[in-house]
Design a protein around this ligand. Sequence first.
Ligand code: NDP
Ligand code: 8X3
Length: 247
Amino acid sequence: MTILITGVTSGFGLETAKLLAKDEHRLILVGRRKDRLKEISDSLKTKTHAVNLDVTDRSAVKSMFEKLPAEFKDVDVVVNSAGLALGMGPAQDTDLDDWEQMVDTNIKGLMYVTRFALNGMKKRGSGLIVNVGSVSAFMPYRGGNVYGATKAFVRQFSRNLRIDLFGTGIKVSNIEPGAAETEFSVVRFRDQQQADDYYKGWNPLKPEDVAAAILWVINQPQHVNIENIEIMPTDQTFGGSITNKKG
Ligand code: NDP
Ligand code: 8X3
């Protein structure tokens, strides 16, 4: 299969690419950090096409699809993993630029990639969109404000897509993880120490756990559509940021 993965330079996207490479799929690797992208592309033992772009740039996303080499043209699966949280302060103290960047990336970037991918999928009458949402879509927690709201968009967009695409042969899945130890918290807190402290004393998910779920979704037969997967660390429960922290 030809599989396009956004957010491939770190976390869930990266681990998903590693797993998929073992099955020798053709991988389109999308990320902003050029050096990492090249390093990852070179290290995977499968056919890859690396595209250095920002998913918030609509014309760049369009042009990526237009310029795909023949061998990568027919995108069978999209994994929309690019995304981020910025800050965890109360709404009333938040920088509006942070909110805007989350909306631009988690909502608009995911929308652009999905929409352009659907053109080819529609023509071929098959395809799969795997969105990476979050439990923050439906579990409010302090400081979750716009981040959780962007993931609520991902949840509802996935379900609405599924209805529109009903009968086309194109499938849609939404993966909703709880807290996982990736670069997510370094980006969110803009501070390595704070990120390390957040994960200390309990067992968060590992990116491999989420990648395994994504792989399972991709490997389902055509007649099976996995609608939604909610995957939590045993040490985290309802309430979003309530963790079973020791000490
Ligand atoms: P990471 O920070 O480890 O990875 C995020 C990836 O997104 C990076 O590869 C980053 O690459 C890419 N990215 C961010 N902004 C853009 C952009 N504008 N254009 C292109 N790529 C971009 O985090 P995770 O792997 O944990 O996060 C992946 C997804 O999972 C996100 O959507 C996140 O919201 C979601 N999630 C994370 C959870 C967690 O606890 N870790 C839990 C639930 C959901 P680069 O900077 O090179 O562009
Ligand atoms: C990230 C998971 O619980 O930090 O989406 O919001 S959480």
